[in-house]
Design a protein. Structure first.
Length: 71
């Protein structure tokens, strides 16, 4: 999880890149937070995502003793 310091530093960089506009501090803060969260999610191993979320499909069982049988 991104720290408050990381979010603020990135928000400051965004603010500077946009020419230091007035009144966009919250926009820059939340943009920075979202960017850091997306970066962390992209770097997370797939196996951790599958075990953490019941919404993601789990790998199919490859147990050969169960193939072709109906229960």
């Amino acid at each position: 999880m991104a720290t408050e310091e990381q979010i603020r530093e990135l928000a400051y960089n965004i603010w500077e890149q946009e020419g230091r506009p007035d009144g966009k501090d919250q926009e820059h803060y939340y943009s920075a937070k979202r960017m850091l969260e997306e970066r962390e999610a992209a770097m997370a191993p797939t196996s951790q995502l599958q075990s953490a979320s019941p919404l993601l499909p789990q790998p199919a069982s490859t147990n050969p003793s169960r193939r072709g049988r109906r229960g």
